[in-house]
Write a new protein. Structure first.
Length: 91
């Protein structure tokens, strides 16, 4: 029995893209409970938006990662000064 080429291509694409999508989703939904834990993944903290990221740099911090989904999962406990950046690291 011959398998149509379109089925082979579809199966290959799904096999390649499914693990990539799963890993991106897992990281995006990561919730951190401490800055030490966050710094293992994001060395200089996480900003909720570009404006917050830029403000942190102007204030003398290292440039935090721009990860709005990560920020929204943990900001209540980790953004103590409510500036839109969690666990920022001064220069």
């Amino acid at each position: 029995m011959r398998t149509p080429i379109s089925l082979v291509i579809a199966a290959t694409v799904i096999g390649v893209l499914a693990p990539m999508a799963a890993s991106g989703t897992a990281q995006a939904n990561t919730r951190f409970t401490s800055c030490d834990q966050m710094h293992r993944t994001y060395k200089y903290g996480v900003a909720k938006d570009k404006a917050s990221q830029d403000r942190a740099v102007r204030a003398g911090m290292y440039k935090p990662a721009l990860k709005p989904q990560v920020y929204s999962a943990s900001y209540k406990s980790l953004d103590r000064d409510k500036d839109g950046v969690m666990c920022e690291v001064p220069r």
